[in-house]
Every structure is written in structure tokens, then in C-alpha cells.
Design a protein around this ligand. Structure first.
Ligand code: WT7
Length: 651
């Protein structure tokens, strides 16, 4: 059975000639005598040629050249085989020589202080911490857990680990200490790097005091390094806890960069799966460097003078790849902001863009919908003419939010790069290039060198058929996960067992007649109503396209006759009041947008929905409430109070 796709978006937006002519990808095409987008995609099917060219394009400097570009023994791929490398050489050491006085980061704390960090300073700070780690006995292969907020010390700590060959495991600062403990235990980290606290929404969020609650159970931890951010009262345990500033004070400002194998582990990053236990996704030095830097260069078109702002927290893969490693490898300047987006007022982001002349903005659909709900007045207060390109990631963007972003943030001038990828893919996989005609709500086409397709349950291609199915990747890519930390069986089962030698993404998608990909949401979040499979995200998108709706979560509820019926939780925009009439209007709206089959049986108006700290609505929690089942792990919820709100709504 195929996933029914009923929501069709027809508008097309063409990039301007100016954008096309000045783009990095156009220059690459000209250099290789490639005259069209289609030809580019075709030429890149020679994977070894293409990715080796990409490595050159982003200036990768191997200590020893690779003997072979790709070795593919499904389900394990090795890229740049035999090469000696360390990602920190390209991200920091080399930049110290090339761009010593250029800004690597412009950082703003929530209270308003600003720190501008040059590549020269970054080099020195990374080396000092790396030397301190060595003094604590840390060396190649050791794990270090980092629980830091959005302050420059977070990239510094990651780079210091990588420089000496240690493996970092960053835990998002918004996670609970229980989530931290679980990840420390799984990775058996010897060191924890954290801070006293950080600012969020005008308050201090304590980190060290909370870490203290679990450290007695974290037996592998030998030392804790604490960065002083808020000067809030904390306890330091003699012989275990050390202040960052004190241990780096006397360290030399140079440190040898460990010579690694291209396929040695760079980091572990935990991500949730269908089970309660998080998966430790492993990425390596060489292929990951090539994958993230080349996508940033050619999708987001980074040039020397750009100011890049990826708003994601570094605790997620988006921040790892596109706030830390990729922009540094390209020698770019990035903005980093510590706090809440609406603090002290809803125009904080727009103020930052205006103040630092941000030229490329990369954010999430949930943020766009939030700003949309607040009204465009806040955006219009600021001069955003520095912007040239926009981007989104994390979930399908509903066409209404796309258009709002295009119109009010980009002033109808900036193409939007809707990038589909995952923690596991490490790099952007399906996305427009600046030369691609855009269809709002579609991530368009695979990046050159990425062979994505949609398969039905028997493994037949549904390419161009506009029928929903399983989104898969047919051949390896350079930033492909190396595996799951100490969970080889789960690696094989999760990604490689659905179809033979083909990577299974867990997402549903359809590919239209022009080869455009439309992501329909996770396959584990697909409804089956009277024999029709409908993507939850499609119903949500339809709801959001109604002028009264700000956010929506849609779940299935078993039904004797229909198999499943749809239950929708809806957050209304300011100025709209819940009523039976409005419910009926929404049902009719969905019938119009998608078809009668997708009309929810039940609609509940709520003030908030359960969300992760990255803003993703936790449908799973809504479903558990509707089905009256255990809620499962809710330690990653950003707003636990939303559980009660949803419960009360259905009572
Ligand atoms: C899942 C991966 C990759 C960084 C952020 C999330 C969904 C991601 C898109 C997009 C539709 C998207 C998919 C994917 N997703 N980007 N542009 N359009 N869906 O990383 O936590 O590993 O989540 O996010 O469902 O599988 P993640």
C-alpha cells in the first residue's frame, strides 16, 4: 500500500540571474564544462570523481593523500581510504595561517554582551584546552562528554578534543541531567566539560549544580572542567572539579595536532530512535569534513565576505556540522547567540541580523511559524537587506510558512534552501542549490553525488510517480555514519534491513514527475485511515494553511471500522477563539486541501503542544495521551506542562 499524497503545491519560484551567475555551483559547473543542473547531477554519478573534486573545492589538506576514494562493503563505507588527516587542521590550524585576524565567531550572550573571536584567538584557545586535556591524561580514542550552552567555549571544547584525537560526545544543554548520565555511561567518558550555568529567557539555567546530582553515578568520569559563565553559586569537589580558566592559564598556546586516520572517529552524537534508548551515531574525520564543507559551500554558497548564521543549538547535528565544522573549514564568519529567540522582545533575531549584516540565515520551520504567529510587524522593524539566502531544516515546511519566510524575511529576493538530512547522514542530502527552481514545501532534489529514491514495500522504485513510499539512499556518501556506538546489530537492523544494501531513512516521501522530493514525515508517523495511508505531517500542513492555525499535531486512534481515525491538536493564532464552528471549518478546510478521507474525527484546541528543545512537536507524546498509554521517555521535553494541557483537552 502506498502513502496517499493528496496535498499538491503548484507554485514555482525561479532564482534570479544574479544569484545564479554569482553562485559557487555555477563556477564549479563552468570549470568542468557542465551546462545544466541535470548534467551536473548526471556527472556526479561518478561518485569517486565527484567527491574527490569536492575535497579539492573545499581545500582539504591531507597529511597523507588517500590511496582510494571509496571502499564500499555494505553496510560499511570507508571514504578517502589510507589518508592521514585531522579535521582540526583544516578548521583551525590552517585558518590561523590564512585568516588570523578574520572573525570566526561573533557571539552574543542573552543579556547583550558581545564577543568577537578571530581565527587567531580560536587557535590559541583550542590549543590551550587541548594541552590541559592532555595533562589530565586524555589521548586518542578517549571519550569526553561536553554539556555546555551556546557559548564560544562549546566549539572550543569540541575542537580541543578532536585536535588530540579524543572523541567528543556533546549533550544538548537543554536535556535533563538524567539524559546526560545515560549518555556519559554509554560512551564511558573520562571527562565532563560543563559550565556553572547559562542565560535563557532572562533566567539562569544551572548546569553544574544539576550535573552534581548524577556525577556520583557516572563512574567513568575522572575530572570535571567547569567554565565560569554566570558566577552562580556552585560547589567544586576537590581533586575532581577544575575551573576552565585556571587549568588553561599556564598552558602553551601551541599544541601538536594528532595525526589521525581519515576513518578514525571524530565524535558520537546521540539521537532518539523508535526505542527509548538513544543511539550513539558515529562520525569520522575525513569523509565528514568533505561532506559538510562541500554542502555548505555549494548549497549555502558561502563566500569569503559572508556572515553566516545557523540558529540551531550546537548540541544537535545541525550545529555540529554547520556552526562548528563546515564554516570553519571554509574560513567563514558565523554568528552565535546564547539565548531565547523572543528575549527580551520578539525581534531579537531580526536585530541580530541587522546589527551584524548576516547574509545567510539557516533555521527551522517551527521557528518560522512562531514568528509568523507573532505577526510580521516585528520583522518589518528591521533592515534585513544584508540577507542573500535563507534555509530551513528539521521537518517539512508547510507552504504557508515558506511563503511568509520568503516574503517577510527574504523580501522576495532570497531563495530558500529547504534541506533534508539527518543526524545519521551528517550532511545535507536533499536540497536545492542556488540555481534550482523552488517549489514551496519540497526539498527539491538530491545534492549531486547523492543517490536518493523512494521505494515501495517490495523495493521497487516510485521515482517520478508522485506516490508516497520509503525514502532511501542507494549508495554511500562521505559524511555517512560509521555506525552506532557499541550497537552494531541495531545499526544493521535500523538502517540496512528493510532493503538489501540500501540505506533506509525511516522517512516517507514522494517524488513528483519533475524529480522533486516531497518529504511526508517519519514512517512511524503515518496514518492508516480506511485503507489509505496519510502522512501525519500532511494533515498538519493542511491545518496550518488555515489562517486561524498556528501549530498542529495529528495522531491516529484505532477505530473498529476505519482502522484508524485522525485526532488533531490545534494551537490557534492570536485573535482566534475556539468554537464548534471553527472545528467544523477546519474539517472542511482539510477536506478541501487533502480530501474528505483526511478529515479529523476529533479536534482539540490547546494552548501548547509537547516539544523537544529543538522545537519539534512530540507527536509520540500526544499519541500516548490519546491512547491512554505510558508516556515513555519525556526527559527531553522542553515544556513538560504541555502534557497536562493535552490531557485536559481530551478529558
Ligand atoms: C529527521 C532527522 C538534520 C538536522 C535536523 C534534524 C526530518 C529533517 C527535513 C526537511 C522534511 C526533515 C526527517 C529526518 N527532517 N530535515 N528539510 N524536510 N523533514 O535531525 O533529529 O536527526 O532528524 O528530521 O524526518 O528523518 P534529526
Amino acid at each position: 500500500m502506498e502513502i496517499e499524497s493528496l496535498l499538491k503545491e503548484k507554485r514555482i519560484f525561479y532564482p534570479s540571474n544574479k544569484i545564479i551567475e554569482n553562485s559557487n555551483i555555477k563556477k564549479f559547473m563552468d570549470k568542468h564544462g557542465i551546462s545544466s543542473y541535470d548534467e551536473l547531477l548526471k556527472k556526479a554519478k561518478d561518485l569517486e570523481w565527484f567527491w574527490n573534486e569536492m575535497a579539492k573545492e573545499v581545500g582539504i589538506e591531507w597529511f597523507k593523500e588517500p590511496e582510494k576514494i571509496l571502499e564500499w562493503n555494505p553496510p560499511h563505507a570507508k571514504w578517502f581510504v589510507g589518508a592521514k588527516y585531522n579535521i582540526v587542521y583544516d578548521a583551525v590550524d590552517k585558518q590561523f595561517k590564512l585568516r588570523k585576524n578574520k572573525l570566526a565567531y561573533i557571539w552574543e550572550g542573552e543579556p547583550g554582551e558581545v564577543r568577537k573571536i578571530t581565527y587567531g584567538e580560536l587557535y590559541k584557545e583550542v590549543n590551550k584546552l587541548a594541552n590541559a586535556l592532555k595533562e589530565f591524561g586524555i589521548s586518542k580514542g578517549d571519550r569526553v562528554t561536553i554539556w555546555l550552552p551556546m557559548i564560544p567555549e562549546l566549539p572550543i571544547a569540541m575542537l580541543a578534543c578532536a585536535k588530540i584525537g579524543a572523541i567528543h560526545s556533546v549533550v544538548f544543554s537543554g536535556f535533563s541531567e538524567k539524559a546526560l548520565l545515560e549518555r556519559i555511561k554509554d560512551a564511558e567518558s573520562r571527562i565532563l566539560i560543563t559550565a556553572d550555568g547559562y542565560y535563557r529567557g532572562g533566567n539562569i539555567v544551572e548546569l553544574k549544580n544539576r550535573a552534581d546530582m548524577i556525577l556520583k553515578d557516572a563512574h567513568s568520569i575522572e575530572k570535571v572542567i567547569v567554565y565560569r559563565r554566570c558566577d552562580n553559586q556552585i560547589k567544586m569537589k576537590e581533586g575532581r572539579d577544575y575551573w576552565w580558566d585556571e587549568i588553561v592559564a599556564e598552558q602553551p598556546k601551541r599544541c601538536k595536532t594528532e595525526i589521525m586516520d581519515s576513518n578514525d572517529t571524530l565524535f558520537i552524537l546521540y539521537t532518539s530512535g523508535t526505542t527509548g534508548k538513544p543511539k550513539g551515531v558515529i562520525h569520522v574525520h575525513g569523509g565528514y569534513a568533505v561532506g559538510v564543507a562541500s554542502t555548505l559551500k555549494f548549497i549555502f554558497d558561502i563566500k569569503e565576505e559572508d556572515v553566516w548564521w545557523c540558529t540551531a543549538d550546537i548540541g544537535w547535528i545541525t550545529g555540529h556540522s554547520y556552526t562548528v565544522y563546515a564554516p570553519l573549514i571554509l574560513g567563514a564568519t558565523s554568528v552565535m547567540y546564547e539565548g531565547a529567540p523572543l528575549y527580551p522582545k520578539p525581534d531579537r533575531w531580526w536585530e541580530i541580523i541587522e546589527k551584524y549584516d548576516v547574509s545567510i540565515l539557516y533555521t527551522a520551520p517551527t521557528a518560522i511559524r512562531m514568528f509568523m504567529r507573532l505577526g510580521e510587524e516585528w520583522v518589518k522593524k528591521h533592515d534585513l537587506s544584508s540577507l542573500r539566502l535563507l534555509g530551513t531544516v528539521g521537518e517539512p515546511i508547510n507552504p504557508e510558512a515558506w511563503i511568509w519566510y520568503y516574503k517577510y524575511v527574504g523580501n522576495e529576493r532570497c531563495p530558500i534552501m529547504d534541506t533534508w538530512w539527518q543526524t545519521e547522514t551528517g550532511m545535507q542530502m536533499i536540497s536545492p542549490l542556488p540555481i534550482t527552481p523552488l517549489k514551496p514545501g519540497s526539498a527539491t532534489k538530491p545534492f549531486p553525488g547523492i543517490e536518493a529514491d523512494v521505494f515501495d514495500s517490495n523495493g521497487n522504485s516510485l521515482y517520478g510517480k508522485d506516490i508516497g513510499g520509503n525514502l532511501i539512499i542507494k549508495s554511500p556518501w562521505p559524511a555517512m555514519l560509521k555506525g552506532l556506538w557499541r550497537a552494531e546489530e541495531r545499526y544493521i537492523k535500523t538502517y540496512w534491513s528493510t532493503f538489501k544494501d540500501v540505506y533506509f531513512t525511516g522517512d516517507a516521501a514522494r517524488i513528483d514527475k519533475e524529480g522533486y522530493f516531497w518529504i511526508q514525515g517519519r514512517l512511524d508517523d503515518v496514518l492508516n485511515v480506511a485503507g489509505h495511508r496519510i502522512g501525519n505531517a500532511e494533515v498538519e500542513s493542511a491545518l496550518i494553511s488555515h489562517p486561524a492555525v498556528s501549530e498542529a499535531a495529528v495522531v491516529g486512534k484505532p477505530h473498529e471500522v476505519k482502522g484508524e481515525v485522525i485526532v488533531a491538536f490545534v494551537v490557534l493564532k492570536e485573535g482566534y477563539t475556539p468554537s464548534e464552528q471553527l472545528k467544523e471549518e477546519l474539517r472542511e478546510h482539510i477536506a478541501k486541501e487533502i480530501g474528505k478521507i483526511a478529515r479529523p474525527d476529533e479536534i482539540y484546541f490547546v494552548d501548547d503542544l509537547p516539544k523537544t528543545r529543538s522545537g519539534k512537536i512530540m507527536r509520540r507524546v500526544c499519541r500516548a495521551i490519546v491512547l491512554n498509554q505510558p508516556l515513555g521517555d519525556i526527559s527531553t521535553l522542553a515544556n513538560p506542562e504541555a502534557v497536562e494541557i493535552v490531557k485536559r483537552a481530551i478529558e
